[in-house]
Design a protein around this ligand. Sequence first.
Ligand SMILES: [Zn+2]
Length: 202
Amino acid sequence: MPQRCVGQAPVYVPQRPGGGPAERVVHRVRIGWHIRLLQTWAKLRCTDDCSVGREPMIERITYSDEESPDPNHSNSEPEGMREITEAEFAQSSFFTLCPVAVEYRQIIPKRPEGTKGVQTDNKVYSIRIYWMNMTPGQADGFAMRNDYYEGRMRYYRVGCDHDYKELSIAEAREKGQAHFGNCYHVTECVHCGRVFSYDSSG
Ligand SMILES: [Zn+2]
């Protein structure tokens, strides 16, 4: 079937373990209008002629020996775990970025600040963490758990709450980060130092 281009759209390219750029980059893509919604991701074509954008829609989950990027015990809340509302989750990047790993934990919630002694609330929660980035010290992701008794979901962010500040061309190069000028932006998280680069010209 012929491809018909209806324009370009910025798309976040997922970070792939073992390949691709170290940071997510926004690429310009052409989308064939006739492609059914479910196949759109597989059919995206990058105008920069790189290999991304031809990823299959379906990704098989396999077990891995990899360590969690979170240093805490597997019965503890991951660093930076903070609850978000359903609306925040619905408007988050969860559905536009690709998770690089899924982790299952049974956690005992943190004791409230300033309290001591035996934990009176013996609840243990099962959560699934969707890591969007696994770089140690810079990791971030989403987590969710079910509240069986109330019949509802709870949503969380985990890891660093990135706060990106733009680097000038000189600053980026000083840190060994590629900067192509013009519409290219290199930003760095003020908390963890994670670098996020993107091209705004799409
Ligand atoms: Zn950060």
